[in-house]
Design a protein around this ligand. Structure first.
Ligand code: TGC
Ligand code: FAD
Length: 391
């Protein structure tokens, strides 16, 4: 007779191919060996000291630009990529962020919208983790509303000159190349900017209480002169960066439940061994209600992620469906992390356990790649036909 597996209560593994299960196991093993031993210390120090090494190893795993074809990329399926995000974020959201920005944003933009020369120049090195990329859309005064961006690119002869400021850019201080979105006379366009170009600097943003093991910075563009061929020829209008975001948001649909899984596993184990009033706290009905509710929400989130993944593979995934996934899965993952924290009592706030680290990380994940409010409004617009963004 079928047996209930607490680690896979809905039998989702039965819906995965042997290759998908292999990839998941390989990434989980890598994260256990290479991330988990150091992560609490990196987090406490607010640094990711081994980021270049990790990037190269992620390249060897095929995790960078994982779904892209050619140029040394793995050409993997959407579910394989999703499972990779899940396992990386179960270690730390900062590691998943590194992979999202590199693969789903910077590489994806160059692969989708770049010239053959831009692709040859950057993609093989980025797929190998030898070159690190970032994606500059957000500005100090324009986050949720990138259509109002002020960064400008003007023509000077055949050159382009970029002026403006981007902020909250993952990987910017360590990046070799930045994909920068700027307003031009022809609308929003994307530029491939080697970060050693004169006038380009990327000061680090310190004092974050979330994603502390991820490097974040500004991108300052002070009259950055670029040759004519720095523009992404295929990207015209805001739809281009928003299309890249669709891919990265999909990775988060899978990643956030990874953080939640780590918290729930920790809470479950703790509830079996921690005793109060002469019995394990897992024996109290109130603790069991929490464990049951968290299990229900985690595995619903995974089913949703898998459903969206299969739709992406079939080419039938819409931006609104991605919004459903990002909105639900980050919101529920955060709730699971917070609830797990209560199960651990005071230990819940200690870095000796991963729970508070995941919970604080997910506060960023709730905000970036479109805040939860933006995803509610995307759905609100699709449901009513009324655009509430601009009131
Ligand atoms: P709107 O008029 O709706 O759209 C402008 C053009 O874009 C097209 N479009 C999309 N295309 C593909 N995918 C999507 N999801 C799209 N959404 C819109 C649209 O069809 C239109 O095309 P066209 O050809 O008609 O011009 O634009 P709007 O100004 O009304 O804005 C809509 C809104 C608010 C949903 C959009 O601006 C938005 O998504 N805002 C949130 C901004 C955001 O998500 N920023 C993220 C920055 S990157 C980041 O956070 C990386 S963190 C990574 C990490 O560390 O992991
Ligand atoms: P705002 O847009 O100012 O929003 C503030 C609040 O107002 C939010 O709650 C928002 O939902 C709400 N709000 C805004 N407009 C409306 C409205 N019309 N109706 C209702 N509510 C509204 N960006 C990049 O380009 N590249 C990156 O690599 C990147 N990495 C990041 C890494 C981290 C750690 C963080 C925290 C952010 C990163 N971001 C990045 C920026 C991120 O995408 C933005 O923070 C996000 O889009 C929100 O913009 P904002 O912070 O300016 O908030």
């Amino acid at each position: 007779p079928p047996r209930f597996d607490p680690a896979d209560p809905l039998g989702i593994d039965d819906l995965l191919t042997p290759q998908e299960l292999d990839i998941r196991a390989g990434v989980r093993r890598w994260a256990a060996e290479r991330v988990l031993p150091g992560i609490a210390e990196w987090y406490e120090r607010g640094e990711l000291p081994v980021v270049r090494e990790l990037a190269r190893e992620l390249g060897e795993l095929g995790a960078l630009g994982m779904t892209l074809e050619g140029y040394g990329c793995a050409g993997a399926g959407a579910v394989e990529y999703g499972l990779t995000c899940l396992e990386l974020e179960a270690a730390d959201s900062g590691i998943r962020s590194l992979v999202s920005v590199q693969g789903s944003l910077a590489m994806y933009a160059i692969h989708r919208h770049g010239s053959p020369e831009q692709r040859e120049r950057w993609l093989p090195a980025m797929a190998a983790g030898e070159a690190i990329g970032c994606f500059g859309l957000t500005e100090p005064d324009h986050g949720s509303d990138p259509a109002s961006m002020r960064t400008r690119a003007r023509r000077d002869g055949s050159d382009w000159v970029l002026t403006g400021r981007k902020t909250w850019i993952t990987n910017a201080p360590i990046a070799d190349v930045a994909v920068v979105w700027a307003r031009t006379e022809e609308g929003v366009r994307g530029f491939v900017v080697p970060t050693d170009t004169p006038g380009c600097s990327a000061p680090e943003i310190r004092h974050k209480w979330s994603l502390r093991a991820s490097v974040t910075g500004e991108l300052v563009l002070d009259g950055v002169r670029l040759p004519a061929d720095a523009v992404l020829p295929g990207a015209r209008g805001l739809g281009a960066p928003l299309g890249c975001l669709g891919h990265a948001r999909y990775g988060i649909v899978w990643g956030a439940p990874g953080a939640a899984r780590s918290c729930l596993e920790t809470a479950l184990e703790y509830s079996r061994t921690r005793e109060q009033f002469g019995r394990p706290i897992g024996g109290f009905q109130l603790t069991q209600a929490k464990l049951a509710d968290m299990t229900v929400e985690l595995h619903k989130a995974l089913l949703l992620a898998l459903h969206l993944g299969r739709r992406m593979e079939a080419g039938s995934l819409t931006p609104e469906q991605i919004s459903i996934g990002k909105l639900n899965n980050v919101r529920e993952a955060l709730e699971i992390c917070r609830m797990s924290r209560t199960v651990l009592g005071a230990n819940g706030i200690s870095l000796e356990y991963p729970v508070m680290r995941h919970a604080t990380n997910l506060e960023s994940v709730l905000t970036y790649e479109g805040t939860s409010e933006m995803h509610q409004l995307v759905l609100g617009k699709a449901l009513t036909g009324l655009d509430a963004f601009r009131g």
